[in-house]
Design a binder for this molecule. Sequence first.
Ligand code: T3D
Length: 261
Amino acid sequence: MPSVLVALEAGVLRVTLNRPEKLNAFNPEMHQELRAALQRAANEAEVRCVLLTGAGRAFCAGQDLSERDVSPGAAPIDLSVSLGSHYNPLVRRMRELAKPIVCAVNGVAAGAGANIALACDLVLAARSASFVQAFSRIGLVPDSGGTWFLPRLVGSARAMGLALLAGKLSAEDAAAWGLVWKVLDDAKLMEEALELSKTLAEGPTKGYGLTKKALNASFSNSLDAQLELERDLQREAGHSEDYREGVTAFKEKRAPRFKGK
Ligand code: T3D
């Protein structure tokens, strides 16, 4: 049974974390399969949006702790190896993918699972979903970009509370705090996530990729540097076929037919 299910439909690469008996916790196979799916999204022009979700009742419970031997006498584990070879490249790959990633958080998102959801571009959450920075419960530091995303999304006070107390944040509170884009009734989550993903898959993919680049750079740039970046990215966007189509469609008073080029 694959650890990640992948299906392409109408420009949307649906990627489902598929270890439901472990609440979709990460093991090396799941990392490898997710990496391959994101590589496919980057390589194939037919893929114009990625939709990430989880099978079963959870989105993802972070690292599979049953793979960590901490029994008395076992050698200490160097977790930097896991972050360096799996989690950090995953988050970089997601942020650098020049196509939008929608996340449908179908249930609990804990540890790295929570922060991988936050690394997506548009996060939809089922009303029954929750977010847990579970790391401090086991003596760890939030990873997978958590210490970067959280203060930016919810401010330092709330980021610190989430990280130190490791409480369960409901989907409703996550939306109220600005952690996610929208909360949907459980029964509507996948339908609406798919609809949103299809809308994005029909959009100006190249412009979306450049927009991701600009917004991702904004946190470390001065206003001057950001203005320069916008100028450069706009030059690139202005050379796209989709820009030509967008302006033509506006002038002809019709909906644009973007090709993602
Ligand atoms: O190690 C490295 O590579 C470093 C990188 C680390 C990144 C990380 O993600 S560290 C954080 C790891 N994750 C956690 O600490 C979360 C652990 N899980 C939980 O806290 C809870 O399970 C949840 C809050 C996610 C859900 O709670 P609940 O009450 O809905 O479910 P449950 O009963 O706790 O779990 C159901 C089953 O899933 C249970 O198995 P069982 O008893 O039915 O056979 C549980 O053991 C299993 N499970 C849940 N999370 C994990 C897991 N098994 C392995 N690894 C997990 N992370």
